[in-house]
Unconditional design. Structure first.
Ligand SMILES: [Mg+2]
Length: 203
């Protein structure tokens, strides 16, 4: 039987940089929340939005309710501000050809952004076989990714996972039973194989 290999890649900040779009979206959302401010919870949201407008990074405990609105603005209104990580796109295309592997995009950005996601991949020439996005956002991103990676590990003999968030890699590696997965941390144009390198911790 043919050996099936999959390159599984995250999307945001791995293949495309979203900082500028997130910042612009956070500014828009800040205006809206400020206008409609109701209570204590909105004050926390406002201060988080200030952090996001400054750093372009979303705090881990940012309001779940506003998070999807933030993404809707970022990927809907400011989708053209996303910039490709060209060296990584090139690397994945070349590696897929060399290994005769499939390329799978695994992103927690949500089914609602499938069209935008596909358009960017097509525009910048990443050749992929499948895009996996969640139908809903009930689970935390890393929990949802773990379940999907587990499913993929039964379909493929070997998986190479590319991801920009070290915490996601730690979470998946610590909670996964399969041994056929290699983990690659992507930091701009750098790729580091971190398989088995991260300290074990109980999540
Ligand atoms: Mg990412």
């Amino acid at each position: 039987m043919e050996k099936l290999i999959a390159l599984v890649s995250d999307f945001d900040d791995t293949l495309f940089f979203n900082r500028e779009a997130i910042i612009l979206a956070a500014k828009d959302l800040h205006e809206i929340v400020e206008r409609e401010k109701k209570g204590e919870e909105d004050c926390k949201t406002l201060s988080d939005l200030e952090i996001i407008s400054r750093d372009g990074k979303i705090p881990k405990d940012f309001s779940k309710a506003w998070k999807s609105q933030l993404y809707t603005f970022a990927y809907g209104r400011y989708g053209e501000k996303l910039t490709p990580n060209k060296p990584i796109i090139r690397y994945l295309n070349e590696r897929a050809e060399r290994e005769r592997s499939e390329t799978i995009i695994l992103s927690a950005r949500g089914e609602e952004f499938r069209r935008q996601t596909k358009e960017l991949l097509d525009t910048y020439g990443l050749r992929y076989n499948k895009i996996i996005l969640p139908d809903n956002h009930y689970l935390k991103d890393e929990e949802w990714k773990l379940l999907e990676v587990e499913k993929l590990s039964k379909e493929y003999h070997r998986i190479l996972l590319f991801e920009d968030k070290l915490d996601n890699i730690k979470y998946i590696e610590n909670n996964l039973n399969s041994k056929n997965i290699e983990f690659y941390l992507v930091n701009r144009s750098f790729i580091i194989n971190v398989t088995g390198q991260l300290p074990k911790q109980k999540q």
